[in-house]
Design a protein. Structure first.
Length: 271
């Protein structure tokens, strides 16, 4: 039995949540970059909805346009064509509405961990002192209590990425975008961070879009997996992940988990 639903049109991507209003609506999204030789099409036709509180993973070949898609959603890049709308009012540019976590922590080495977490507060010109207690709570949430006065080079890669997650959450964004945040970590640390981000997601109830190259990671984390083709990125499928939560590492030994991973692998291989 095939477990995916083709998503080449808006009609085909309606999920079991079709009675709810989408938080984010994406229709026929297109992005073209001008080049010296003409134009480069990074995204050709991407269509899907995101519902509030969902954990969505995006998977596709290297260089297919996944990062470009996140940047468009965040407001860091303009789209060339198509529809991108949010049901919630407020700022959804690179400001209060969105938090972003990159593949590398990108912490400022001359600032303490606490000061790094508070950096968005300063950029947004909020009252720093009003956010110190929240920063300490977030550091506690990610298991970094006692490291607030440390500097990035005194922390492991996994600990630095936990600090970057705290930084992305400090201004209470409604949407958290994560661009291969664990790709540079060793296998064991990456597995631990997968469990950690699921715990943080369950406690904060944020909407998360998470880019990954790992098929198992995509299935393990997600409510739905969005599968994209090679560049220019086109929508291949939106796959529901009806696996129970909370998720543990034992889930990866389950038959249904393996079926979902194989389904995505075959879709990527075909496209």
């Amino acid at each position: 039995m095939r477990l995916c639903r083709a998503a080449f049109s808006a009609v085909n991507i309606e999920s079991s949540m079709n009675d709810r209003k989408p938080f984010i609506t994406i229709r026929n999204l297109k992005k073209i970059y001008p080049t010296q030789g003409g134009e480069l099409c990074a995204i050709q036709d991407v269509t899907f909805d995101v519902y509030r509180g969902e954990f969505i993973t995006l998977v596709g070949p290297s260089g297919c346009g996944k990062t470009t898609l996140l940047k468009i959603i965040s407001g860091l890049l303009p789209k060339t064509d198509g529809e991108l709308t949010f049901s919630s009012e407020g700022d959804f540019g690179p400001g209060r509405g969105v938090g972003m976590v990159f593949q590398k922590p990108v912490l400022l080495k001359w600032r303490s961990i606490l000061d790094n977490v508070l950096l968005p507060v300063e950029i947004l010109r909020l009252v720093r002192q009003s956010y110190v207690a929240k920063a300490m709570e977030l550091l506690s949430l990610v298991g970094l209590t006692g490291f607030e006065k440390s500097y990035p080079n005194e922390l492991s890669g996994g600990m630095q990425q936990r600090a970057s997650i705290s930084r992305a959450l400090i201004h209470d964004p409604q949407l958290l975008l994560m661009d291969e945040p664990f790709g540079a970590l060793d296998a064991l640390t990456r597995e631990k961070m997968n469990l950690e981000i699921l715990r943080i997601w369950q406690e904060t109830q944020k909407t998360i879009l998470f880019v990954t190259h790992g098929i198992q990671e995509a299935v393990f984390l997600a409510d739905r997996v969005i599968v994209l083709s090679a560049r220019p990125a086109r929508m291949v499928a939106a796959i529901d992940v009806p696996l129970p939560r909370p998720r543990t590492m034992e889930l990866k030994a389950e038959k249904e988990f393996g079926k979902l991973c194989l389904e995505i692998y075959r879709l990527l291989e075909e496209k």
